[in-house]
Design a protein around this ligand. Structure first.
Ligand code: HEC
Length: 163
């Protein structure tokens, strides 16, 4: 008789424990709302001009050849390891870059590549092609402005778009 009692007690305890575990599990699994893949919205301004310190249209004066010459030197020292003018290299060919992007976007990309790589559809697309992230070259606004002048000069020498 004693043996049966012990067995019964044991069984009851086991049952109790297992129900407690099951109910606890049930409680902790509260229904959390599913996180939706949130896509950061991009404004029309950002689409045209990228992300960075330039937040208004630059009022660009006529091309200054001296500034462009300084820009050419900067391009050769800071950019030519990855960019050629006329062929794809580690990054896209740059002679006609201002036919692809606005001057404001150019400066924002050169000063602030990381954020543009992360957020801008045009740059993300390039990343998919080149499989390399453009590195920050620690270029300040003045440097970027000079490099821009170089590309404005090159763009002005290109055959016109309609041809
Ligand atoms: C380490 C290699 C590397 C260096 C150095 C580099 N770039 Fe890039 N650049 C890239 C790659 C790769 C891309 C394509 C986007 C990406 O994958 O990050 C790119 C994209 C760009 C774009 C985007 C617009 C377009 O359509 O081509 C501009 C503008 C640009 N680079 C200018 C420059 C300038 C100016 C410098 C020098 C200050 C420079 N880059 C230095 C690799 C580089």
């Amino acid at each position: 008789m004693k043996k049966t009692n012990k067995l019964l007690l044991g069984l009851t305890a086991l049952l109790l424990i297992s129900t407690t575990i099951t109910s606890c599990r049930g409680d902790s699994k509260s229904d959390k709302p599913q996180e939706l893949g949130s896509k950061p919205d991009i404004s029309a301004w950002e689409m045209e001009n990228g992300f960075g310190m330039v937040k208004t249209k630059l009022n660009l004066p006529p091309i200054n050849p001296e500034l462009a010459k300084k820009g050419e030197k900067l391009f050769e020292s800071k950019c030519a390891s990855c960019h050629k003018l006329d062929e794809k290299y580690a990054g896209p060919a740059q002679r006609d870059v201002l036919r692809r992007i606005s001057p404001e976007f150019f400066i924002n990309m050169v000063i602030n590549p990381d954020e543009n790589i992360e957020k801008h559809p045009h740059i993300k697309e390039l990343l998919g092609i080149y499989m390399l992230k453009m590195t920050n070259q620690n270029v300040n606004f003045n440097d970027a402005r000079q490099i821009l002048e170089y590309f404005r000069l090159l763009e002005s020498e290109l055959p016109s778009k309609t041809n």
